[in-house]
Design a protein around this ligand. Structure first.
Ligand code: COA
Length: 159
């Protein structure tokens, strides 16, 4: 069975992430969406909230599961007996960052391979922080995120 892990902070999940998940689910027998902690980022949604939002957004994709993990990605890969990491690439800035991370993960565990998938151009300018910023100034995010995320982020901003 080919298992792919799609890691990220997903704070929150966007249509760009969802596009990668759907495409990966057609290639691999199982896709694990791993909600991990990037210590350089201050969280907006809790890890549990992010996980629930992803679970709702991927409903109907039977070979996709969502798991949260507090630790190194390579340790998560080992725990799940998975070898393939999927990462989306939106532009050359992503490439620089992702390339470095792929090399580091390879160094930490030589059995792990990172595969980069080009983001659908329709979503190449979306990021989670841009979504949060647009909502905070009262802007519209309908076309960038799943409906459940739109509702959740607006509610959280209100509080
Ligand atoms: N569509 C839309 N947006 C996308 C996207 C896509 N296809 N792919 C990435 N993005 C955006 C995200 O929304 C995020 O936006 P933000 O910066 O505004 O929050 C940004 O690109 C970064 O994406 P993400 O994949 O979440 O990267 P990250 O740097 O936040 O998280 C981890 C990367 C969590 C996978 C990484 O930090 C990690 O592995 N952590 C665990 C600890 C570890 O092993 N560290 C060593 C790694 S060498």
């Amino acid at each position: 069975m080919s298992i792919a892990v799609y890691p990220g902070s997903f704070d929150p999940i966007t249509n760009g992430h969802l596009d990668i998940i759907k495409r990966a689910s057609k290639i691999f027998s199982k896709v694990i969406v791993a909600v991990l902690i990037n210590r350089d980022k201050k969280g907006f949604f809790s890890i549990e909230e992010r996980k629930e939002l992803i679970e709702e957004a991927i409903r109907g994709l039977d070979n996709v599961e969502v798991v949260s993990f507090n630790g190194l990605l390579v340790d998560f890969m080992k725990e799940k007996e998975a070898r393939i990491i999927i990462k989306g690439l939106r532009n050359s800035t992503d490439f620089e960052y992702e390339h470095q991370m792929a090399l580091m993960n390879k160094k930490l565990n030589e059995n792990v391979e990172t595969l980069h998938m080009s983001t659908n151009p329709e979503y190449s300018y979306i990021s989670s922080s841009a979504i949060r910023q647009i909502v905070s100034f009262g802007g519209e995010i309908k076309e960038f995120v799943p409906v459940n995320v739109e509702v959740a982020i607006k509610n959280k901003m209100k509080n």
